[in-house]
Every structure is written in structure tokens, then in C-alpha cells.
Design a protein around this ligand. Sequence first.
Ligand SMILES: [Zn+2]
Length: 156
Amino acid sequence: MSQEEPTLRVSKIKDGTVIDHITGGHALDVAKILGIAERRAGIITIAMNVPSKRMGHKDMVKIEGRFLAGSEVDKIALLAPKATINIVKDYKVVEKQRVKLPDTIKGIVRCDNPACVSNSNEPVQTKFYVEKAEPLRLKCHYCGHVMDKKDVLKQF
Ligand SMILES: [Zn+2]
């Protein structure tokens, strides 16, 4: 058994981002956030079911030639709260950050309840409480409506 988790297997890109420690099976959700279907994402490599000491199995997503916007990192935190984001420059990891799922989510997700005040014409920023991180469970501050990962994912 190697001592290191097999990050190197997919980290050999010149410049870009490696999203590691994605919960097994969630790589495609993460790729969706990055706009894989819109062809604006650059070269994306997806590795699924990679053995991990910490997680059993994990997924990884590698994006060449692109760094993530803060809003993309916030969305990834919703779907893969254990993920680490490695910034690669000139084949070296120059920065490693863990995503952070805050207790309160503001403005990233819309409430599914059409009658919710956040869906009216009032200028109200959406606000959700994270009741559970994995599987995701969000509760609307305004109307108490509960949303899960599937509901959130269809907005991205
Ligand atoms: Zn609501």
C-alpha cells in the first residue's frame, strides 16, 4: 500500500485545477457545475472510484487551463463538502484549499416554493440553513421549504 492517496495519478497538468476528495459518485455533478455541457470548460478529466484512505472511494475532476471562480467553489461545496481544490501552476500544486460548506447559504440557490417571498418581486436575497451536509438538506429561511441535493442540482 502506498502512503499517499493517489493524487498524482491525475495531477500532471501544467496549469489548472484538480478537485480532489469528491464524494464517490458526485464527479459528474461537479462537472455539471463547471459547465461541462456548455463547452466552455476546457479539457476536463474525470476519475471515479479512486481508492481513498480517508473516504473509501473518491472521485476527482481535473480541469486544464482554468481556475475556479468563487461562485463555482461555493456550488461545489454544496454537492461535495469534503472536496479539496488544488491549484496547479507549472506542474506543481501551488495552493490547496478545502471547500467549506457554511451553516447558511445566501444567494446561490433559489427557493423551490413558488409562493416563497424570495420568489416575489421583492428584492430579497435567498437564504437557506444547512440542516445536513451529506446528503444535502437545506431549509429556506423565509418559508421553511426543504430542498435536497437533487432540487439544488437542477438549478446549476
Ligand atoms: Zn422559501
